[in-house]
Every structure is written in structure tokens, then in C-alpha cells.
Design a protein around this ligand. Structure first.
Ligand code: BG6
Length: 487
């Protein structure tokens, strides 16, 4: 089913996100015939452009970054429009309203409008207020939806303030908080894998699972985003949102149905069961690290403090590793080891489920334990590791693999995370968007880490291109375990 005719207003239209993610996503949706019959995309920012100049700029960016079909691209560009606006000046929004009325009529949108906030976070509460002053939040004629990019707040208090401000002008059902990890095909597959397979579901609990690892590693450093990142760090940038969302998909109870309310009720329930971090957890179960300069495969990689926009004496973490627990019936006592970092050896996101040993070791004492590896990206797939008898005399066992790769499916036309989420929002499906209570629950959980990291007792260095500080290995070694190093 295609979305209804609608207008999409992108605030922050001259910014990086619009060029790199949003416009390519809209283009692919369009090229695959997934958008509504009629639609208009209206870019908004302070810079003056004509419609044509805006189209030319985005067209050139698309041609440079994608394989495009020229005729399709030209047709797509006809849907792009531009309005210069002083986003902090409420009076100026009269221009936007006027433009939307015109575009609405031309495209028979019945007033259906999505407002996408791809701006610096300082504008997240200003724009909705200005929209409301011109009645652009009013759903008496067509739906009005607000998509909010991360970071959704800076800590618990600021997230609550932002939420309150948004709720003054938009109702919760109108607000779509993007966490692009939820749009990833393989993150959604966690649900199908868990709840559609009688063979795994009964084992998915403390009786059979020994521990769980979640890794989101990136090879890239902070690139041009040092200014933002130095104020955020890995805890805010990746852990509080993406990793805790993925963890919730691994750990949640089965929802009554796959719809926004049932799904998000279960997500919040498990988030509210994260065992609060005590002082001793912060000292013993948390490892913060920062990358230092190193030569990797003949390239010199600068240290974090040498990156553009980063303070020379920065104490911001680019790595976080944490051992955490979930206090509920299913997971009591099962450690979840979660880590993310920049400048690790490779880009990989995966979940590893480690199963317990059989009760009585009949063969060799060091027989392998079963592992299920769910690769979120790249090379999306599922890998099962288990023991087999080594051919020959005796009963020696050996670890072998069963490996499924998504690319072997015939239907390989996977939507990217942004494509999926933009489409869902235009269809009014909020299942894969973070609800207000989930965002709050995650901030509440990480708040002690935020306070601790202001003045951490230890911030360990690690050479760029390695798997983080060795203290993160000790975190598992203390429990006679080790990380999987997926290279
Ligand atoms: C973003 C973070 O949310 O996610 C970036 O701000 C990070 O720092 C990115 O690089 C990772 O996303 P992906 O989809 O490449 O894993």
C-alpha cells in the first residue's frame, strides 16, 4: 500500500543529513514506485536558493554518490522545492504556510504533511512552537507528523524538557523519533528470528543462555564531526540509543501483535528492567576508552585528540564497554556485555548468544559451547557455531559453522534504514520509532554513566585500529569469558 499524497518539509535542507541520507532515500523509494502518486518535498533552511538551484545541487550530489537513472532522476527532481526561512523567527513561518497551501493544492495532499527536523538539536523545540503558531500542527485537515532526529536530549533532564516542549504542540501519535538502527532489516529480523522459530524460542532465556555480547564496531574515526562528537562521546552517540534499542530487541518479551503499541510496550518493559548501575558497577563493569594515533596497514591514523574540532586535552570516550544485567524472570543473572567504539579494526555490528554447556561433559572437557551470531551489518546474516565429532579415532570434538547470508536470498532488494523509516512514517506506522517513555527509560539507565564520565577515574587509551582497551578484555576474562573478535 502506498502512502497517501503528502508534503514533506525538511528543515535543515542544506545540511549533511539531507544530502547523504534523506534525499537518496526518497530517490530510491521513488525509483521503486513506493511513494504516493503525488507528493512534494520542500527543503527549508536559512540559505537562499531558488527551486531550480536546490534541485541542481541535490541532483549533482545524487549523481556523484549513486548509480542513477537520468530520466527517473529528472522526474524525481520535479518534486523538489525550496523555501528559505529564518527558522527562529515565528513571523517568517507565514511564508512556509503559504508555500504549503500551494504545494498541497497542486499535489492534492488534503493537508497531509510531514515535518522532518534535520537541524541542530537546539532548534528541536523552536520549530514545533513556530509551526503551531501558524496552525501547522492542527490535524483537522490532514495529518501532521513530526520526525525528530537524534540526539533526543543530552541527558535525562534535557530529554524530559524537550519532550514536554514537543508535547505542548504535538501529540505523541504525531511524533516520530528516529533511531535508524530500528530501520535496519536485520534488527527487525531479530523479531522474526526469535518469535517465528519454535526451535530457538524455547531456549531464549536464563536456563539455556550463558551470556550475550553485543558489538557495534566502526573503523572510521570521528571524521568531520569532531565538534559534535567531543560534546557527546560514544555513550550518547551510540550506546544510549542504538545499542540499547538492539539489546531490547534481543531481550524483550513477545509482543501481543506487531503493531506500534504492543511492540513498544514490550520494549519499554524490558528497558525498565535494566538493572540500575551502582557505584561499584561504574568502577568494575564499565570501561571507557579513547583512541590514540597508530599506523594501520601503512596508513597513519591520528589520535582522537588530534582530530579536527576535538580539544587537545579531551576526556571524551570513543569506546564504551559495559557488563549489564536485566532484572526480570527471563534474564535474571545473565550478563550482557555491550561495546561500541570508533577506530576499531573493522565495521561490524553483531549479537552473539552464547549457550550454556550440556550438563555433563562426556567428550573433551574443552568441547566448544554453542554460539549463535546474528550479524546486523555488514554481510547481514546468521551464523551458528556448534561441535561435531572430529573424524577418526576417539571422540574429539571440533567447532563448525552453519552460515546464512542475506545476500543469498532472491529478494535482495532490501530497503535501507532511512527508506524503511521514511516510508513507515508516511504511512503512519510508528512501530519502528522510539516512543517517549523508551527514550526516557534509556536516559535514566545511562544517567549514572553520564555523571561518571564527566570525571572518570579511568579513561583508557587504545591504539587506533585495535579492539579497544585491554581492560575491556579483562571485563570478560574476570568471568572466564572472552569477546568474539569478528574480523
Ligand atoms: C550515528 C552516529 O547515529 O550512527 C555515528 O552518530 C555512527 O557516529 C553511526 O557512525 C553508525 O551508523 P551505521 O548505520 O553506519 O552503523
Amino acid at each position: 500500500v502506498k502512502p497517501e499524497n503528502n508534503c514533506i518539509v525538511i528543515f535543515g535542507a542544506s545540511g549533511d543529513l539531507t544530502h547523504r541520507k534523506l534525499i537518496p532515500a526518497f530517490y530510491h523509494l521513488y525509483a521503486n514506485g513506493l511513494l504516493s502518486e503525488k507528493f512534494a518535498i520542500l527543503g527549508v533552511s536559512r540559505t537562499e536558493y531558488s527551486d531550480q538551484a536546490f534541485r541542481d545541487k541535490l541532483k549533482a550530489a545524487l549523481e556523484a554518490s549513486e548509480k542513477v537513472d537520468e530520466a527517473t532522476l529528472d522526474a524525481f527532481c520535479q518534486h523538489l522545492h525550496y523555501q528559505a526561512l529564518n527558522t527562529s523567527d515565528v513571523e517568517d513561518y507565514a511564508k512556509l504556510k503559504h508555500r504549503l497551501d500551494d504545494l498541497g493544492q497542486q499535489n492534492d495532499t488534503q493537508g497531509n504533511t510531514t515535518f522532518y527536523l534535520a537541524t541542530p538539536p537546539s532548534l528541536y523545540s523552536v520549530i514545533p512552537e513556530c509551526l503551531a503558531a501558524h496552525g501547522l500542527n492542527d490535524e483537522s485537515q490532514g495529518w501532521k507528523r513530526l520526525i525528530v532526529e537524534k540526539p533526543f536530549g543530552y541527558d535525562l533532564a534535557s530529554a524530559e524538557v524537550l519532550d514536554e516542549k514537543l508535547h505542548q504542540h504535538f501529540k505523541e501519535h504525531q511524533i516520530y523519533r528516529i533511531d535508524h538502527y530500528l530501520g535496519k532489516e536485520t534488527v527487525q529480523n531479530l523479531l522474526v528470528f526469535r518469535f517465528a522459530n519454535g526451535m530457538f524460542e524455547p531456549l531464549w532465556n536464563r536456563n539455556f543462555i550463558d551470556y550475550v555480547e553485543i558489538t557495534a564496531a566502526e573503523f572510521l574515526g570521528v571524521e568531520e564531526r569532531g565538534g559534535y562528537y567531543d560534546g557527546a562521546g560514544a555513550v550518547r552517540d551510540m550506546f544510549q540509543n542504538h545499542l540499547l534499542q538492539v539489546l531490547s530487541m534481543v531481550a524483550m518479551e513477545p509482543p501481543a501483535a506487531i503493531n506500534a503499541d504492543s511492540m513498544r510496550d514490550e520494549v519499554v518493559k524490558v528497558m525498565n528492567s535494566f538493572q540500575p548501575l551502582s557505584e561499584s558497577d561504574l568502577h568494575n563493569n564499565l570501561v571507557l576508552g579513547q583512541y590514540t594515533a597508530s599506523d594501520v596497514r601503512g596508513d597513519h591514523l591520528p589520535g582522537y585528540r588530534e582530530e579536527q574540532g576535538v580539544a587537545d586535552d579531551s576526556r571524551t570516550e570513543t569506546y564504551v564497554g559495559l557488563k549489564m544485567f536485566i532484572d526480570n524472570w527471563r534474564w535474571s543473572g545473565v550478563p550482557f556485555y555491550v561495546r561500541t567504539g570508533k577506530r576499531l579494526p573493522t565495521r561490524v555490528t553483531e549479537v552473539v548468544i552464547h549457550f550454556k554447556k550440556t550438563p555433563h561433559p562426556m567428550f573433551s572437557a574443552n568441547a566448544p559451547k554453542n554460539k549463535l551470531i546474528i550479524r546486523i551489518q555488514p554481510d547481514e546474516g546468521i551464523l551458528m557455531r556448534f561441535g561435531l565429532k572430529k573424524p577418526g579415532a576417539g571422540f574429539e570434538s571440533k567447532e563448525v559453522s552453519m552460515d546464512f547470508h542475506y545476500e543469498s536470498l532472491e529478494e535482495t532488494n532490501m530497503l535501507t534504514a532511512y527508506e524503511r523509516l521514511l516510508l513507515d512514517s508516511m504511512k503512519g506506522d510508528a512501530t519502528l520509532f522510539a516512543r517517549s517513555d523508551a527514550v526516557t527509560a534509556c536516559w535514566k539507565y545511562v544517567q549514572p554513566i553520564l555523571e561518571y564520565k564527566e570525571n572518570p577515574e579511568h579513561l583508557y587509551g587504545y591504539a587506533a585500529g585495535t579492539w579497544g582497551p585491554k581492560e575491556a578484555d579483562t571485563l570478560l576474562a574476570n568471568d572466564q569469558r572472552e569477546w568474539r573478535f569478528p574480523c
